[in-house]
Ligand binder design. Structure first.
Ligand code: SF4
Ligand code: SF4
Ligand code: SF4
Length: 174
């Protein structure tokens, strides 16, 4: 039996297909949070057509185009809470024409606050601006340290805005 006759047999073809089964393509993932209500990474990448309507619709100006170099990620909308807060006004999701942002399964929280800088408390100073800023009651001070309850945090960014030392920053929720 020559090589092409061998592959022509159904058993051989099945074995060949198993051996050369294509590997699933690994999709790149942004290091930044997406706007609220963004679908999971795979669905979002498939649906978002970079129309920028969410960016234009955001009254707080906290959505911007990603500058990541990967061609799949570049230009897609990301949430940027360095100088603003999100008040979950719905404008981004309501203006998304493709369903990349979708209210179907409720609000998908994309960001989370973390203590990352030089908090005044670590210098033995008194400060509780972040505690007062958090409407979700997600921040506590214990043993002269800020503690953030990630389960309660909505990633709004208010605590970061109110911290004069920028000791709290917002990150992609994993
Ligand atoms: S919910 Fe409102 S404030 Fe938040 S990112 Fe969307 S448009 Fe901007
Ligand atoms: S409005 Fe929707 S489709 Fe357009 S850029 Fe934003 S997420 Fe993508
Ligand atoms: S991001 Fe918003 S919800 Fe989360 S800890 Fe800060 S103020 Fe609270």
């Amino acid at each position: 039996m020559n090589h092409s006759e061998e592959l022509a047999s159904p058993g051989r073809r099945a074995l060949f297909r198993r051996l050369v089964k294509p590997k699933p393509v690994e999709l790149p993932e942004s290091i930044y949070p997406r706007p609220p209500w963004a679908q999971d990474n795979q669905t979002f990448l498939a649906l978002c057509d970079r129309c920028d309507r969410c960016i234009d619709a955001c009254p707080q100006r906290v959505i911007r185009q990603s500058e990541e170099s990967h061609p799949v990620l570049k230009g897609l909308p990301v949430l940027s809470l360095d100088y603003g807060r999100c008040d979950f006004c719905d404008q981004c999701v309501d203006h998304c024409p493709t369903g990349a942002l979708s209210k179907e399964d409720g609000r998908r929280i994309q960001a989370v606050a973390r203590v990352s800088g030089h908090c005044q408390l670590t210098l033995n100073q008194h400060c509780d601006f972040c505690v007062d800023a958090c409407e979700e009651d997600a921040i506590r001070i214990k043993d002269q340290r800020v503690q953030i309850d990630e389960a309660l945090c909505t990633g709004c960014g208010e605590c970061s805005l109110d911290c004069y030392d920028k000791a709290i920053t917002l990150h992609k929720r994993c």
